[in-house]
Design a protein around this ligand. Structure first.
Ligand SMILES: [Zn+2]
Length: 454
């Protein structure tokens, strides 16, 4: 077992990953925000801090640089979402640490904290001669050193160093609503969710300016969506992403055109906030079906968020992947890249990938939610889902460092599960090694048509 384990581990380590999903900030912007330990709390672990009882406005004050980045990001995506104002913006680094400390101690056990510690140990641990033999922890004795190492990392080539040399990622599909990304590292997907979520004249104005056309009718709205999709295609997108399970149910009913038009006409003639999400649902459902048809025609896969929503206080039942079944049944020509193991609906999610030829099982985010769920889910996938549809890694990070930390944890899960499968006699060793290459590189490369060599 131990020799097999070692050989499989070596093979898994050597694979240049095709990473299905990241949100990594542009490097130039990153250098405005990567100034101290607040940079480590971009998302995920910040949600655990709030879950542990940290007041949200205090959390925003503690991660202040990343608070400013989150504001910028929300604006870029025109999201109907806000984040709390920081309690104060004038806290010293020491005051911010003291506010964080009890909550950081409370979340140390979560996998998000473990990922953070891997990042500190491997990327920010020995950047200053004074802190030898190396920092491996975030605590009152190290937060200044860690902050200095983060500030010192703002140098040309850092992204390539972390993503290529440290994480060994060949290419990462990036969902940041930008096509202007470093193509040596990233391949962009874009969202059309703003064409679904439209609910005011201001939203229509945003769409008109992006499409460069006027929108006076439901047909105009569909045409504008197609125009924007063409722009994205010209910009080199490899897929379309939908993240609407944060805002509404994944049940996209087949509605009549006239039902959708009634909602559109109300929005077009309304000066205020427009309809609620519930009232707007027929238009949203109609537009989702239109977008799927357009992505099929463009030959693009569609990434769909299912399961756990990042942040705090959301409605998990909205994100149940089984709500999408009618779309899988109707759009057989589509390629649905189903995210996040559907966690906590993991078995339902795996069942969908087993059952439908147009559904792909994407484990993005899973290994940092729970490595043990990652392991049991990968065991289940190997036994139930064809090996050409399993995709075992998507970092889902805002920072390159967290993408690295996640890649480490994902390789650990994949190597361990494959070694166990060989040990159980379920897979032959060479079969396990071939499967590793498919799940971590070849399958996503084929789905997103990315040229990578094995
Ligand atoms: Zn994501």
């Amino acid at each position: 077992m131990s020799q097999v384990n070692e050989r499989i581990r070596t093979e898994v380590e050597s694979i240049s990953l095709v990473d299905t999903h990241e949100h990594i900030m542009p490097e130039a912007e990153r250098n405005e925000y990567a100034v101290d330990f607040g940079y480590l709390f971009a998302h995920y672990n910040s949600s655990d801090l709030v879950s542990a009882g940290m007041p949200p406005r205090l959390m925003e004050a503690v991660r202040l640089p990343m608070h400013y980045y989150r504001l910028r990001h929300i604006k870029r995506l025109n999201l109907h979402r806000s984040i709390p104002e920081p309690e104060r913006e004038d806290m010293s680094l020491e005051e911010r640490w003291q506010a964080l400390e009890p909550y950081w101690e409370a979340i140390r056990n979560t996998a998000y904290a473990k990922q953070t510690l891997i990042v500190i140990r491997d990327l920010f641990g020995d950047k200053c001669p004074a802190c030898r033999p190396g920092v491996e922890d975030l605590n009152r004795g190290t937060y200044l050193q860690v902050s200095k190492a983060i500030a010192d990392s703002r140098r040309p080539g850092w992204y390539r160093y972390v993503m290529k040399e440290k994480a060994n990622i060949a290419v990462a599909v990036i969902d940041a609503q930008l096509t202007d990304v470093d193509r040596e590292i990233f391949a962009p997907v874009m969202r059309l969710d703003h064409f679904i979520g439209v609910r005011s004249r201001a939203d229509l104005g945003f769409l008109e300016s992006e499409a460069g056309t006027v929108i006076h009718s439901l047909d105009d709205l569909v045409r504008a969506m197609r125009t924007v999709l063409e722009k994205y295609v010209a910009g080199g997108v490899v897929g379309i992403k939908s993240g609407l399970a944060y805002e509404r149910t994944l049940q996209y009913d087949k509605v009549t055109r006239s039902e959708a038009e009634t909602v559109f006409n109300r929005i077009a003639g309304h000066l205020g906030e427009g309809p609620s999400w519930r009232e707007a649902k027929p238009l949203q459902d109609y537009m989702m079906h239109q977008i799927i048809r357009a992505t099929i025609e463009a030959g693009l896969p569609m990434q769909i968020h299912t399961g756990l929503q990042e942040g705090n206080e959301n409605i998990i039942t909205n994100a149940n992947p089984t709500l999408l079944v009618n779309l899988f049944v109707e759009y057989r020509e589509a390629k649905f890249d189903l995210f996040h193991g559907g966690y906590p609906y993991i078995h339902e999610w795996a069942t969908l990938a087993k059952n439908f030829a147009n559904v792909y099982a994407d484990m993005a985010w899973v290994h940092i939610i729970s490595p043990s769920i990652g392991r049991s889910l990968l065991h289940e996938l190997i036994e139930t889902v064809p090996g050409n549809k399993i995709m075992a890694f998507g970092g889902d990070a805002i920072t390159v460092e967290m993408a690295y930390g996640h890649a480490r944890m994902a390789r650990e899960v994949v190597a361990r599960v494959l070694a166990e499968k060989v040990d159980e006699g379920y897979l032959a060793e060479d079969e396990a090694i071939r499967l590793a290459g498919k799940m971590l590189r070849d399958n996503p490369a084929a789905l997103f048509r990315l040229p990578v060599s094995s």
